[in-house]
Design a protein around this ligand. Structure first.
Ligand code: SAH
Length: 251
């Protein structure tokens, strides 16, 4: 099995493929001022197996197009949507987030948890903004420095992995420059990483390695995940995901 297939195999049975929680998604819905009293067309970009897509459809009675480029994740999402009686509201779309097939000004809301980094924050804002109606809502979580000073080793790590990591004030300015008015921000609480993402990951590691007969490639993935967890356990007070909620304005 190649590395991508192994990664898919490791993550497809998880409830979420990144840090987050139902409470955080709810908080972002509230900050966005979304109530579900009007019909809403929402795109959830980089939806994974669909934790937030399912919640948005349920909470807002919205039509959600859930986009990811991994069909195995979308298949899981479809199963869950069916089990929850939400299939009529959720359309799974296999597409790359840099080539989305939406019409200009067709969406009320663009949602994306733990995924815009695949394009880079600013490029994501630039590419996705045209799909939103004027006044439409953007809600994204993005890697953020929580302090202005931090251990050098940590700065070096994220500068190498994701050079766009920055303080919330910088991300807010980027939103403004890209034609959005920020209307809310909060840092994802620790349990979004530890209880909801890393612990379930640790629980899956043993069976994953067993399933792949401790292959070198599987061990390398396990090692990388362990290192990521260790980094967060050690330095999680300095970085994490910020949730940014903004409105599209004239630019
Ligand atoms: N929003 C989900 C998943 C976050 S993980 C959650 O919070 O649980 C990031 C997701 O982005 C993965 O599901 C991955 O398959 C998807 N992804 C990464 N690059 C992508 C791209 N270029 N186009 C579409 N999806 C992509």
């Amino acid at each position: 099995m190649d590395d991508l297939s192994l990664l898919i195999d490791f993550h497809k049975d998880a409830a979420r493929q990144g840090p987050g929680s139902e409470a955080a998604t709810h908080m972002a819905i509230v900050l966005a001022g979304l109530t579900g009293t009007e019909a809403l067309d929402i795109a959830d970009i980089g939806c994974g197996t669909g934790a937030s897509a399912l919640q948005l459809a349920r909470a807002l009675n919205a039509n959600v197009t859930a986009v990811d480029f991994i069909p195995e994740f979308l298949a899981k999402l479809d199963q869950q949507a069916q089990a929850a009686g939400l299939s009529g509201q959720i359309t799974a779309l296999a597409a790359s987030m840099d080539a989305l097939p939406f019409a200009e000004q067709s969406l009320d809301v663009i949602w994306s948890e733990g995924a815009i980094y695949n394009l880079g924050f600013e490029e994501g804002l630039r590419l996705w903004r045209p799909f939103l109606k004027q006044g439409g809502i953007l809600a994204v979580s993005e890697l953020t420095w929580f302090t202005t000073t931090r251990p050098a080793a940590l700065t070096q790590h994220w500068q190498a992995e994701y050079p766009q990591v920055a303080e919330a004030s910088t991300k807010m300015a980027q939103l403004e420059q890209a034609g959005f008015a920020p209307i809310g921000y909060f840092p994802l609480p620790r349990e979004c990483w530890l209880e909801n993402y890393y612990r379930p990951m640790q629980d899956r590691l043993h069976a994953f390695l067993h399933r792949h007969h401790n292959s070198e490639a599987a061990q390398a993935i396990a090692e990388a995940e362990r290192a990521e967890i260790e980094l967060y356990e050690r330095y999680g007070e300095f970085y994490g995901y910020g949730f940014y909620i903004a409105r599209k304005v004239a630019s």
